[in-house]
Write a protein that binds this ligand. Structure first.
Ligand code: AMP
Ligand code: ZN
Length: 468
């Protein structure tokens, strides 16, 4: 299996630190609002990576944080007359609901920055003791960036070019020794949450949170660290500087970054105001469609959000769900139970779609090609099943589709509301057919519904239906 590693800018063979185990950290959202569909991209992508690794037999320890103390949370709390904790609690709950509807599995652990302050103070002290950090006169603790020789190795930036870009900061008479130094601990301001520390009452810098939470829940050397590509610099570069200076070993073997979700070819972001929340999209689409849309592109490519692409994702997903539904329906109605010789051969032939799927996923999680192989399997199934098939054959075909969909996190059964909607639209179509005296079509619909276990009753108040 190959993974594109941002560190080497190339696809590398995946060899975990500990055989059979994968320790993975994904930077999570800052919780001051509903998440937007750009934030959903890394959640869906790395949840799929996790599912695929598990399908290969790895035991995956998946950690994803919530940043629950931050300027934006404090601002929102002040605007709404609430505490920062109340704001964070609310949006963590909302985010978890969105994740559930996107079929993103909860992480093994979802640590919160405010619950890990002791570990942060410990890491800062460690960095100060080793000469990688210092306290300025106002109590701020800075990281001494130039002391870390490898600074820039992830973003492939040259440290001297960086200083050129930041020269203006030096002129402002900052308390830093060097304009490149970044904050590990900052002093409290009025009305802000704070914690006591040996340097001043204050709160941690954002970059430090992830270094500390990854260390606590996954250890000093992790396998995969992931997030959106905007996090490469400075966030992940700074995480490396902190963790490797503090722990003395390579922090993460593989760094994975997803491309942006764009709208009109511009990055979707809260600051630009050009975003849709997951909740807004859910008003119009089942979130399975959003998931399927995200998986239909390669995770490192930019992806433009459009109604047209969502409609095409909806139609694609529909093809898969209809095939599964048809298989379940046939299974309930066929008479032959046992597999015959011809069917065994067809099942063997169907193995090639699983192989194609795995080859695509082994090549840096090419979900776009993996989805294509699911479509090919669906087409193959549709041409090889009928009411003459055996129950065992149908069940094994269904299991094959379901196994691939499960890796992609796609649920193959429809929700009850969708089923009801389907039934209602068929009934409406039947009424229209009867009005036009197209009784053949009307009967066909009645039979189709009956085959799905739905009995129609023509009553004075209109058509009613019940389960057989
Ligand atoms: P934030 O709350 O801004 O820290 O973002 C949480 C996660 O969402 C990070 O991994 C970001 O890189 C990612 N992210 C934010 N906006 C987008 C976008 N438009 N497309 C893809 N990923 C994004
Ligand atoms: Zn992070």
């Amino acid at each position: 299996m190959k993974i594109f590693n941002t560190l080497s800018r190339s696809k590398e063979d995946f060899v975990p630190v500990h055989e059979g185990k994968v320790n993975m950290y994904v930077c999570g959202p800052t919780v001051y609002n509903f998440i937007h569909i750009g934030n959903a991209r890394p959640m869906i992508i790395f949840d799929t990576v996790r599912r695929y690794l598990e399908s290969k037999g790895y035991e995956v320890n998946y950690v994803s944080n919530f940043t629950d103390v931050d300027d934006k949370i404090i601002k929102k709390a002040n605007e709404e007359g609430k505490t920062a904790i109340e704001i964070a609690e609310r949006y963590i709950a909302e985010c978890k609901q969105d994740m559930e509807h996107l079929n993103v599995r909860p992480a093994t652990v979802h640590p919160r920055a405010t619950e890990e302050i002791d570990g942060m103070i410990e890491m800062i002290q460690n960095l100060i003791d080793k000469g990688y950090a210092y306290r300025a006169d106002d109590g701020t603790v800075y990281y001494r960036t130039r002391k870390f020789d490898d600074y820039g190795k992830l973003s492939h930036k040259n440290i001297d070019d960086l200083e050129g870009g930041h020269r203006d900061i030096k002129v402002t008479g900052d308390l830093k020794e060097d304009p490149l130094d970044f904050v590990l601990w900052k002093p409290k301001k009025d009305g802000e949450p704070y914690w006591e520390s040996p340097w001043c009452d204050g709160r941690p810098g954002w970059h430090l949170e992830c270094s500390v939470m990854a260390k606590k829940y996954l250890g000093d050397e992790i396998d995969i660290h992931a997030g959106g590509e905007d996090l490469i610099f400075p966030h992940h570069e700074n995480e490396i500087a902190q963790s490797e200076a503090a722990n003395g070993v390579q922090f993460s073997k593989y760094w994975m970054h997803n491309g942006f979700l764009n709208i009109n070819n511009k990055k979707m972001s809260k600051s630009l105001g050009n975003f849709f929340t997951v909740r807004e999209i859910e008003e119009k689409y089942d979130l399975q469609v959003l998931r399927f849309f995200m998986l239909s592109a390669h995770y490192r490519s930019p992806l433009n959000f459009s109604e047209e692409l969502m409609e095409s994702a909806r139609a694609g997903l529909e093809r898969i769900l209809t095939c599964c539904e048809n298989l379940r329906h046939l299974m309930d109605n066929v008479t032959a139970k046992k597999l015959n010789e011809d069917e065994r051969k067809i099942l063997d032939e169907a193995e090639k779609f699983r192989e194609k799927f795995e080859n695509a996923m082994d090549d840096d999680f090419n979900t776009a090609d993996a989805v294509s192989s699911v479509f090919e399997l669906v087409k193959f199934v549709n041409t090889h099943v009928s009411e003459n098939s055996s129950e065992s054959f149908l069940a094994q075909m269904l299991a094959r589709i379901e196994a691939l969909c499960d890796i992609l996190g796609i649920i193959t059964t429809r929700k009850q509301e969708e089923l009801d909607f389907d039934i209602d639209s068929l009934i409406a179509e039947r009424q229209a057919a009867r009005k036009e005296k197209n009784f053949a079509r009307a009967d066909e619909i009645r039979d189709e519904l009956l085959a799905r276990g739905i009995i129609l009753e023509d009553t004075r108040e209109g058509v009613k239906w019940k389960k057989a």
